[in-house]
Design a protein around this ligand. Sequence first.
Ligand code: ARG
Length: 458
Amino acid sequence: TKQKLWGGRFTGKTDPLMHAFNQSLKYDQRMHAADICGSIAYAKSLTLVGILNKDEENKIIAGLKEVGKEWEDGKFEIKEDDEDIHTANERRLSELIGPLGGKLHTGRSRNDQVATDMRLWLLNEVRDVEDGLKGLIRVMVERADKEKDYLMPGYTHLQRGQPIRWSHLLLSHAFSFRSDLERLQQLIPRISVLPLGSGALAGNPFVVDRDFLAKELGFQSVSENSLWGVGDRDFIVEFLMWGSLAMTHLSRLAEDLIIYSTAEFGFVTLSDAYSTGSSMMPQKKNPDSLELLRGKSGRIFGNMAGFLMTLKGLPSTYNKDLQEDKEPLFDAVDNISASFKIAEGVIATLEVHGEKMRQALTMDVLATDLADYLVRKGIPFRETHHISGRAVALAESRKCQLNELTLEDFKRLNEKFSNDIHDIFDFEASVERRQSIGGPSRKMVDRQISVLRAALEN
Ligand code: ARG
């Protein structure tokens, strides 16, 4: 049988279960392109320091491209002894170009190689994730722009609070996603640090030009400490933390829509495309898309917590525990990307029932406006709050709406009430009074829309 890549000092055979336990190829093969890119750049750097001549470099690069093409075409044949993507690619390279393939790993270790591949792979994925997030924000903004006329109760404690625009609610979620977008963009410089040239741990004795490598591979900077270069996985933790928070935002959006889609609320209807039925109850249309968005937030948080547990207490530099970075990261990237796409589809196809929202606006949500009315007549808010509360109680005891109280009723509560009081009972006017930045008035909703559109340009 063929020797393992590292087999020189071994006389005994690997236990078969251990072999499978150790093998990461089934999941790290998705980094095949990053691994090939890293190797091509490294071959070039070896030529620059005289380890390879130009002819050897060309042969190695041609071989690497061939290996890469085999992966692309689904023709790469995995062999039993291929441990991970790095050993698989090197094994195949040597099959294709002979012993010359064995020169490529000069001064390099899988430790700096894997750290480089992971960063390169993630940088590429982050671009897609960013596009997905922008797509979601975009549909939210477009909807908000079209549905500014819809008024609804804004809730605190899930109790009706004050009237707002539906667009204002939608945009509140979009602003969480805008922060996620900023945070994602801020991660990039810390992912984009090149470890290649750190060797196994103690740096590169052939003095490859690491700035050259960084430039070739598109990294923004070079790791300044080789031990850190091979041992750091903070960029993965940070991505998982980022994902946990972004998914938490999705989860809260999903929860709002789940509640609003109940028959009891009836504010929105989820498209059939994003709902499923019940195997037993024929009438059911369940918001499974939204529930999965809510549910997956727990999973991503779990990936983050789990991987932090893996890192905690590890000694310096590379330890095989670090191979456990891949599955949580890959899983997070896949699920977060899918979640953004699903959320975008849900929002794009949602039916919104403006009239149902309007019906949920009961006059009591104007009690704050009633208190503010008296503030404008010079009474301290603490008193007007109390007076308005008594008006609410009076209407409640009469089983009528707040606006059905007569001017005499109001005057009995405070003599400053006059016949303009009934102007207060206008939801649109209430919303339009809120003209400060951040308010639900039309102008301020428009402002939010332009702020978000500008954010999408970055
Ligand atoms: N498959 C390994 C990983 O994912 C690559 C690095 C292996 N290095 C080593 N010294 N065993 O971490």
